[in-house]
Design a protein around this ligand. Structure first.
Ligand code: ATP
Ligand code: MG
Length: 409
């Protein structure tokens, strides 16, 4: 299914809002979509806030699904787009520093005040084309500031994850974190230890997939959050490789770039990657891609000492482009040197089909042995180097290598 356009999303949201208003309920757009529109974006995710209770919402939209009845959130579908329709609420105390113990349905003003940052705390009336702003969010949009709503110490104490949300929004929009909010984050950074790794991992992933990932990493380091996210000493190395990646980059590539920025080519990169997997709950796929990118990146620095076969094997790796992108950010001369060599190697094939396989070796009378794998790899190296180019030569070489290996045992 193709992605709905911003216009379709907005029209769907307006139609839901109109229906609720026709039934007599005060209703607005809320939060991120208001912020994004003021920042000249084209939101595709609309959250709708209303004084209708979940029961009232169900009366207007009988097919609405409840996603968090206790929080007053219902899901309404319009033209294949899902919208959160949430009852205005104020949150009770947060004894688990994550969820409010209880919520109370309330009015728009209190609903604004329970939100995290002023830029996320505004409402929009799309019919009158006005902004309803109880938290001075517009002033902070103009000043390009991320500021906690209310007392920053208290707001962060309620939900420690807000520290990472502040950094994510600051980086995404290139905003500064207002100084009292930043001080509160620095003072409470240690509290991240109590936040689930899953939630931390999700936030870090969002930051590193955004094109402002370098700014996010800088800010995490500057505020001392890196130590608790990554489980290693805080680091003040500039995340330059990370900051220079292409706009669209895989999570694993971004992690590799940041890890190298922080540890600048230390030999134990692989064990640091193991630690990051545990800290950020990386999936196996991301973890394998991260480790492979680090390994290939390291080999690039020995390029001239490697033979043609080894160079071609590197160039054929699925993560070679990622490793090269990182290299480009740190040593553009070496990048160009290797790029030229790869273009040359491409002319003779980076990963041609193998001339022979294990069955061929057995058919030729070689005895089954774990060594046959080594023989096949050595024959493939010769093929990559161009010293053999047909099956007969490949079999002859295989036999010679096999005899040499077994004779020397
Ligand atoms: P994004 O574009 O990243 O989705 P968003 O502002 O829509 O940004 P969401 O996480 O989808 O962010 O949350 C929607 C709104 O709910 C926010 O704009 C904010 O008003 C409020 N909100 C979300 N998480 C929190 C939180 N941890 N504490 C307080 N308010 C929050
Ligand atoms: Mg959102």
């Amino acid at each position: 299914m193709s992605k709905p356009t911003p216009e379709v999303c907005r029209n769907g949201a307006i139609s839901i809002l109109r229906k609720l208003r026709e039934a007599g309920h005060e209703t607005y757009f809320a939060g991120g979509c208001v912020r994004d529109r003021l920042l000249s974006g084209s939101p595709v995710e609309y959250d709708i806030a209303t004084n209708a209770t979940p029961e009232d919402i169900k009366k207007v939209f009988p097919k609405a699904r409840s996603v968090g009845e206790a929080f007053g959130v219902m899901l309404v579908r319009r033209n294949d787009v899902m919208y959160d329709v949430a009852t205005f609420r104020s949150d009770g105390p947060y004894s688990d520093h994550r969820h409010p113990d209880a919520v109370q349905f309330s009015d728009a003003k209190h609903d604004a005040q329970r939100r995290d940052f002023t830029i996320n705390g505004m409402f929009e009336d799309p019919i009158k084309e006005t902004i309803i702003d109880y938290v001075d969010g517009q002033a902070d949009i103009d000043a390009r500031l991320i500021r906690a709503i209310g007392n920053p110490q208290d707001r962060i104490e309620e939900d420690h994850l807000r520290m990472l949300r502040a950094v994510r929004f600051a980086a995404r929009f290139s905003f500064a974190i207002e100084s009292e909010t930043a001080d509160a984050i620095r003072q409470k950074s240690e509290k991240l230890i109590g936040v689930s790794k899953e939630r931390i991992g999700e936030e870090v992933k969002k930051m590193l997939l955004d094109e402002q990932r370098g700014v996010a990493a800088w800010e995490l380091q500057y505020l001392g959050l890196d130590r608790f996210i990554l489980g290693e000493p805080s680091c003040m190395n500039a995340p330059t490789r990370l900051g220079r990646l292409f706009n669209v980059t895989s999570y694993a590539t971004a992690l590799a770039a940041w890890l190298i920025d922080r540890h600048s080519n230390q030999c134990d990169e692989q064990s640091i990657a193991n630690k990051w997997r545990d800290q950020l709950l990386l999936s196996n796929k991301v973890f394998e891609e991260l480790k492979e990118t680090l390994a290939i990146h390291k080999k690039l620095f020995d390029w001239d000492q490697l033979g043609t076969a080894a160079q071609k094997r590197i160039a054929a790796s699925p993560v070679c482009d990622a490793a090269m992108t990182i290299l480009h950010a740190e040593d553009s001369a070496l990048f160009v040197h290797i790029r030229k060599a790869i273009i040359e190697h491409e002319k003779t094939g980076l990963a041609p089909g193998r001339l022979i396989n294990g069955h061929d070796l057995l058919d030729a009378g070689l005895r089954p042995s774990p060594k046959l794998g080594d023989v096949l790899e050595a024959v493939y190296d010769a093929q990559l180097e161009g010293s053999i180019s047909n099956r007969n030569d490949a079999l002859r070489l295989a036999k010679a290598i096999y005899t040499e290996i077994t004779d020397t045992q």
